[in-house]
Design a protein around this ligand. Structure first.
Ligand code: AMP
Length: 445
């Protein structure tokens, strides 16, 4: 589905692709077209239509795109095509294509995309990231791989230990560069890049392009084609946004009230801290809302199990912190609920981008304490949008006991990933669905 805001940034270098191009028009190999049909993709997203023909010619690319735009396929498809065009066995301890990702979740998802699109092509795709043992990664690297998706820290460990040599790298992809810089990966990226051969193809993606990122792009890319599918810091066009002002102490009850609405089918709830994420998850779970939590203190295994449970529809809610949620790619997220506002306005854009993916609709609801109203204003300024505001500071009319199941009804145990036989459906919660009160605009100055 074409997004409304799509436009190339560099008007001087238009890309010769018809707006309604098909994947076959883009020049991709038949085996890739077959995999796309199997994935149910009928036509390219705008970034795919713009980037793929250029990348097939071997040019560098500077892509300004958020997750949810189809950017992973925009780089994975042409790379797979070109790897297949010049099929050589990867040298030992090397990777023909190196993709850097800020988080292990995103690394895992990118690798899965390469495997899905490249099914049947016989390429070796592997991941390297922290939080798991070294031995399996060392084994995987030793024979050489076609595609390596890595987080920078662990990658450097392997390079230093001699498990990976970058001299044979043909494709270098940096994904979500803004997030990598937020995480302090600027120097690691520079140190990795200096070991790469000069005649590689570079692909560089970032949701935003502040000066520091533009400078890094200038260092790494050669005469890149620039494509942009959403203007910088613009929220996904299909997300309906609401904000509810309430006292901090009322947020939990308001959240439970929101979950009485069955339209909230699959929701990601954002908190600012790991501890906050655990507390909110526990409260929801105790109230009968099947919930998983994902944050930096969880082991890789726990994160993967939580994501799987959420993706499979066993959990209705996923409570997450910003870093952990980065790269979560789950289709059909109906709602993003900001239980706490983020520290930076741009994070809000990333958060709500978890819904309305690949052209679907989505709803974002922010619970805003009076002292978070300043952040709400900053977000409105950044996104150049006004967010409908409701005043629920007087949220005391519904006693807490009406919002949670009565004690002794077989409350779920945390950590049980399976569907629970003894839990009551959310309809037991006895308040009316949220949403009756008129919006008040009195907070705006
Ligand atoms: P991304 O921006 O790469 O994180 O992709 C967002 C979502 O869009 C993923 O779930 C992809 O599977 C999906 N997707 C990517 N390209 C297409 C397409 N051409 N048609 C439909 N869905 C797509």
């Amino acid at each position: 589905m074409l997004l409304e805001n799509d436009r190339p940034v560099d008007e001087s270098a238009p890309i010769p692709v018809a707006a309604e191009a098909t994947f076959a028009d883009l020049g991709l190999a038949p085996s890739l077209l077959h995999a796309l049909t199997k994935s149910g993709y009928t036509k390219p997203t705008p970034i795919q239509a713009q980037a793929i023909p250029t990348l097939l010619t071997g040019r560098d690319l500077l892509g300004i795109a958020q997750t949810g735009t189809g950017k992973t396929a925009a780089f994975a498809l042409p790379i797979l095509h070109r790897l297949a065009e010049k099929r050589v066995r990867p040298a030992r301890n090397s990777a023909r294509c190196l993709v850097l990702s800020p988080t292990r979740e995103l690394a895992g998802q990118i690798a899965e995309s390469f495997k899905t699109y490249g099914a049947g092509m016989g390429f070796l795709v592997t991941t390297v990231f922290g939080g798991v043992g070294y031995a399996g990664q060392i084994r995987a690297l030793s024979g050489g791989v076609d595609v390596l998706v890595a987080t920078p820290g662990r990658l450097i460990d392997h390079i230093k230990a001699g498990h990976l040599k970058l001299g044979f790298t043909e494709f270098f992809v940096l994904d979500e560069v803004d997030q990598m810089l937020d995480l302090g990966f600027l120097q690691p990226i520079r140190s990795i890049a200096k070991d790469l051969p000069g005649n590689r193809q570079n692909l560089f993606f970032s949701a935003t392009m502040p000066t520091e990122i533009g400078k890094l792009a200038g260092e790494l890319l050669r005469d890149p084609v620039r494509v942009s599918v959403t203007p910088v810091a613009t929220t996904a066009s299909k997300v309906t946004q609401r904000a509810i002002v309430t006292e901090t102490g009322n947020k939990k009850r308001l959240l439970l009230e929101l979950f009485t609405n069955p339209a909230i089918a699959r929701a990601i709830v954002f908190t600012r801290t790991k501890r906050g994420a655990d507390k909110v998850a526990e409260m929801l779970e105790n109230a009968g809302v099947r919930t998983e939590a994902i944050h930096g203190n969880k082991s890789q295994g726990q994160r993967e199990r939580a994501l799987k449970c959420f993706r499979d529809g066993q959990a209705r809610a996923l409570v997450a912190t910003d870093i952990a949620a980065r790269g979560i790619d789950v289709d059909g997220v109906s709602h993003v609920i900001n239980f706490e506002m983020p520290d930076e306005a741009e994070r809000y854009v990333h958060r709500i981008g978890r819904t309305a993916r690949a052209g679907a609709d989505g709803i974002a609801i922010a619970l805003v304490a009076p002292d978070e109203l300043g952040m709400l204003r900053q977000i409105e300024k950044l996104t150049r949008q006004t967010i409908g505001l409701e005043d629920r500071r007087d949220f005391d009319s519904v006693p807490l006991e009406q919002l949670v199941p009565v004690p002794g009804d077989g409350r779920p145990k945390r950590g049980n990933n399976g569907p629970r036989g003894n839990s009551r459906p959310d309809s037991r919660v006895s308040v009316k669905p949220f949403g009756g009160r008129p919006a008040k605009k009195s907070f705006r100055k």
